[in-house]
Design a protein around this ligand. Structure first.
Ligand code: MZP
Length: 509
């Protein structure tokens, strides 16, 4: 006969945190929100972490290039979706990696004998106002000068004039030599009051450009996560069907993290995939596994010693109907509490700490806080990011309010059959496990995260926690009765107007 668990399957909304001692020496600005992505305690393996405990979901309506850039700049990580061709996913990863580096390969260049008209066209098409001039017009050609939008007047100068007549020639350009550090390049920009510094090889070829605006930008985003080459970090989703082709291409493109996108990761198919990647690419590449909802599922993935982090959650996603369709899943709080308890025991037994990601179903900021208190090292969210300006969908107006489309990977629209068909030969979606919906547009990634992270830190102050690991240790959590949920809202008062901030931080709930 089937085994019936005694515990009820519970959600985050059924719990509250009990305050602990807030110390006089605590300060909200000093709270550390960094979160590990890779296993800790494994000898010789390089550690990877984020500066905030948040990743965006492996979903078409969520993790595109713009969102990945915006989130990495705030200290989190996006998992570029894999329900697309390998070529287009690789292209997205490359775009994020190319977004900003101290040394940028020049994307718009021109020959000295080109006309001002073509410079203008190039400036309009590329959005750049400084164009390097090289003998053959290539990004690494022989450097002869720079032309900017200050060097000619569109309505005053003859646009048939040649670039060489208007450009600042190399002899008058301040440039750096290949091999200088980014710091030295920025110092040159500062000393000479320039906005752009060409870097030239000994032979005089253009190697890269360094911009003042990138320096300023970096100062404004102190938490951004960068790789060793000062490029933004980005994750990429993978599946158990085409990893032998997809993974090498993603690694070649510069993906920092690989994340299995599967509704159920407690499978031999996923284990085969992880083992193959480790065999081909060694211990350094960070691999996320899952999703699981039980200690048994955690053990299967963790004990292999092959996965870095494990995602927890089945059926809780805002657009998910897996529980209705198949009767599979578990309340997210119960799943997380059981898996986190097992992870902690595993740490005691082996000295290896496996980070957990609570994936899906986070309906508001309070639930993010609760997931982190209950043992998640970071959270993965879809809806939260689908509602931002940077999600890859177009906004639409419905009855005067701006919305964005948001659909599950288990819909006919997404056609992500790989996520749901472990071990099945069919290459189509036989039934849907997700819905196609709209969510309100709430602002930019930076704006929504500011509120969320401030609330998180504020709760951490209540618990006397200085970082996320002490937050988990300090957390004392109580189950609440239905009546106490009613009491938690406003009671016995008339509300005349709704506060806009409250609306936004509820994300349209
Ligand atoms: P949410 O943040 O919108 O509540 O949930 C996002 C999570 O739902 C994803 O990270 C993924 O695990 C899951 N998901 C994505 N598509 C579906 C579906 O179509 C789904 N059923 O459950």
């Amino acid at each position: 006969m089937a085994k019936i668990l005694e515990d009820i399957s519970r959600t985050f909304a059924e719990y509250l945190l009990i305050p602990r001692l807030t110390r006089r020496d605590q300060h909200i600005d000093a709270i550390d929100l960094s979160a590990p992505l890779s296993r800790e305690g494994v000898q010789g393996q390089e550690k990877l972490s984020m500066n905030i405990p948040i990743v965006s979901a492996c979903m078409q309506a969520v993790s595109g290039t713009d969102l990945a850039v915006a989130l990495a700049r705030q200290g989190g990580l996006s998992m570029i979706f894999c329900s697309q061709s390998i070529e287009s996913q690789v292209d997205m990863v490359k775009k994020v990696k190319a977004h900003k580096a101290g040394f940028v390969t020049s994307g718009a260049n021109i020959k000295p004998d080109a006309s001002l008209r073509s410079v203008l066209e190039l400036m309009n098409a590329s959005g750049h106002s400084t164009i390097p001039v090289t003998t053959d017009g290539s990004p690494h050609g022989n450097f002869v000068g720079l032309i900017t939008d200050q060097d000619f007047w569109e309505f005053e100068d003859n646009l048939d004039n040649l670039v060489q007549a208007h450009m600042t020639a190399k002899a008058d350009v301040i440039y750096g030599e290949e091999g200088i550090t980014l710091r030295e390049a920025n110092q040159l920009l500062h000393r000479h009051k320039k906005d752009c510094l060409p870097i030239l090889s000994l032979e005089g070829r253009l190697s890269a450009l360094v911009f003042k605006k990138d320096y300023v930008d970096h100062q404004m985003h102190p938490l951004e996560i960068l790789d060793d080459n000062k490029r933004l970090r980005v994750g990429a989703a993978i599946n158990t069907h085409d990893y032998q082709d997809r993974v090498p291409a993603l690694i070649e493109a510069g993906a920092d993290v690989l994340c299995f996108d599967s509704s159920d990761g407690f499978t031999e198919f996923q284990m085969d995939g992880v083992a193959w990647i480790r065999e081909q690419f060694g211990p350094d590449i960070v691999i996320g596994g899952g999703n699981v909802v039980s200690a048994e599922g955690f053990d299967y993935l963790a004990m292999s010693g092959l996965v870095d982090f494990i995602k927890v959650g089945i059926g809780g996603g805002s657009i998910c109907i897996t529980r209705e369709q198949k009767g599979v899943g578990r309340g997210q709080a119960s799943a997380l509490l059981e898996v986190a308890a097992r992870r902690d025991a595993y740490f005691e037994e082996t000295g290896v700490y496996v980070p957990l990601c609570s994936d899906g179903g986070l309906a508001n900021d309070t639930q993010i806080v609760m997931a982190l208190a209950m043992g998640a090292d970071f959270v993965m969210m879809g809806r939260y990011f689908a509602m931002t300006e940077e999600s890859p969908t177009s906004k639409i107006s419905i009855n005067g309010q701006m919305y964005k489309p948001y659909w599950g990977e288990g819909t006919l629209r997404a056609q992500n059959w790989q996520r749901y068909s472990e071990g099945m030969s069919s290459r189509k979606m036989v039934f849907e496990e997700g819905v196609d919906a709209f969510v309100p547009l709430v602002g930019t990634v930076a704006e929504v995260l500011e509120t969320t992270l401030h609330k998180l830190k504020s709760t951490m102050m209540n618990l006397g926690a200085d970082n996320l690991s002490s937050f988990k240790e300090q957390a004392v959590i109580t189950l609440v009765s239905e009546q106490s949920i009613v009491e938690a809202g406003t009671s016995n008062v008339f509300k005349f107007s709704r506060n806009r901030d409250a609306d936004e931080s509820d994300w349209g709930n």
